[in-house]
Design a protein around this ligand. Structure first.
Ligand code: SF4
Length: 135
């Protein structure tokens, strides 16, 4: 097993959305689920990350931010799109929505999707394990 699989570092990029997904991510960091005890660490810069976890749909004004963050994440990198918004724009889906650039996969390549609005911590952990199997 590679070092990346044993102790992946994750950068959370909030592209948009209502923050419901972000609250569930906080639950993953808290004492009940405490992903750090399994070696999964959240980092404050994409330059340190192995995995980019993106929440929310991608509004036009954060599209350049997401492209830059993706470019700053070193190879080999993996991307998780989290929540109905990250997977398919969720409640923001509308062909005539002037402010949404699209779901995450329209902007950057996505390896794993975690559906749900918002996904439970168990689903988030399952998604992280799925992306680890792709590393
Ligand atoms: S998927 Fe649901 S909880 Fe998550 S950002 Fe979108 S609306 Fe909010």
């Amino acid at each position: 097993m590679s070092v990346l699989k044993k102790s992946p570092w994750i950068y959370h990029a909030h592209a948009g959305g209502c923050n419901g997904c972000d609250i569930e991510l906080l639950a993953c960091m808290g004492p009940r689920y405490d992903l750090e005890r399994l070696g999964i660490k959240w980092v404050s810069s994409p330059r340190y990350a192995d995995i980019l976890l993106v929440t929310g749909p991608v509004p036009l004004h954060t599209k350049p931010f997401l492209e830059r963050v993706y470019a700053q994440t070193p190879e080999p990198k993996r991307v998780i799109a989290m929540g109905a918004c990250g997977c398919s724009c969720g409640v923001f889906i509308d062909d005539e929505n002037y402010s949404i650039a699209g779901p995450v996969e329209k902007i950057i390549p996505v390896d794993v999707k975690i559906p749900g609005c918002p996904p439970k911590p168990e689903a988030i952990i399952d998604g992280i394990l799925k992306v680890l199997n792709k590393m």
